[in-house]
Ligand binder design. Structure first.
Ligand SMILES: Nc1ncnc2c1ncn2[C@@H]1O[C@H](COP(=O)(O)OP(=O)(O)O)[C@@H](O)[C@H]1O
Ligand SMILES: [Mg+2]
Length: 252
């Protein structure tokens, strides 16, 4: 009843491809929930549906704080308190690092207000980009772009943060740092987080609950411990005896 996010009967067809199949789940305030699944399982499509980038097939329910998000434009969904990062970073080219964070803040009423500059600077410090405020985004390293994505998403002061493979392409030190940052904003700001990730070892440490997808369908939900032992999950990661150790891929 008090779920932050409630999703039911969510479907998406791309032509003949049933990319998201009857997905239903809820997220409670303050949870960190992981979305697990091999490439092509429908994870990014799920985010695109939740954030209004694409429309689901008829019959779905998507409630955020009790109100429907169906038919609501992406910028309005952001304004209601859902921020996301993209699997491939999408900085605003031609702007500085600081300007990118400010634009992120302006994208939502919640993020606007006095001291925008100071708040953006503080966020950059928090994600480890202090001193790079004036740098054009296009010269940032890949790891720094990932940090900027998170600062930009946080600038909007979201209630729900959707992270799409935030550790992709990062080294183990950077992953540990970013993971600590996610944990910290979760604790400090009571932020609810939905996390898609393929770096399973870190993922399993970070999340309290996992929703496992395969071919668009929820095949299991539970604690990380339950999920790594779940026969359907093991089956989805064909040929891997220990799914926690490996990078998931569907055998083509
Ligand atoms: N806009 C689109 N048009 C057609 N097919 C798409 C589109 N977006 C995703 N797909 C397909 O939907 C399936 C799920 O994709 P995606 O959600 O990106 O998977 P994941 O993020 O789990 O790797 C894939 O088969 C993908 O090719
Ligand atoms: Mg994806």
């Amino acid at each position: 009843m008090s779920a932050l996010l409630e999703v039911a009967n969510l479907n998406k067809h791309f032509g003949g491809l049933h990319a998201v199949k009857d997905v239903s789940f809820t997220v409670e305030p303050g949870e960190i929930v992981g979305i697990l699944g091999p490439n092509g399982a429908g994870k990014t499509t799920l985010y695109n549906l939740l954030t209004g980038f694409i429309a689901p097939d008829p019959g779905a329910t998507v409630l955020f704080e009790g109100s429907s998000l169906l038919g609501v434009a992406p910028h309005r969904i952001a304004g209601r308190g859902i921020s996301r990062t993209f699997q491939l970073c999408r900085p605003f080219i031609g702007m500085s690092v600081l300007e990118n964070v400010i634009v992120g803040a302006l994208g939502s009423k919640r993020g606007q207000g006095a001291d925008l500059d100071a708040r953006a600077q503080a966020l950059l410090g928090r994600v480890g980009l202090a001193g790079k405020e004036g740098v054009p985004v296009e010269v940032l390293s890949y790891g720094d772009q990932r940090r900027l994505e998170i600062a930009r998403a946080l600038a909007a002061k979201p209630a729900l943060l959707l992270l799409d493979e935030p550790f992709a392409g990062l080294g183990s030190g950077e992953i540990a740092d970013l993971s600590a940052l996610i944990r910290q904003v979760h604790t400090d700001e009571g932020l609810t987080v939905l996390l898609i990730e393929h770096k399973l070892r870190e993922f399993m440490r970070l999340v309290g609950r996992v929703i496992a997808l395969d071919f668009g369908e929820v095949i299991a939900q539970g604690t990380p411990e339950d999920i790594v032992r779940h026969p359907a999950v093991i089956e989805a990661y064909i040929g891997r005896s220990d799914p926690v150790e490996t990078e998931p891929q569907h055998a083509a």
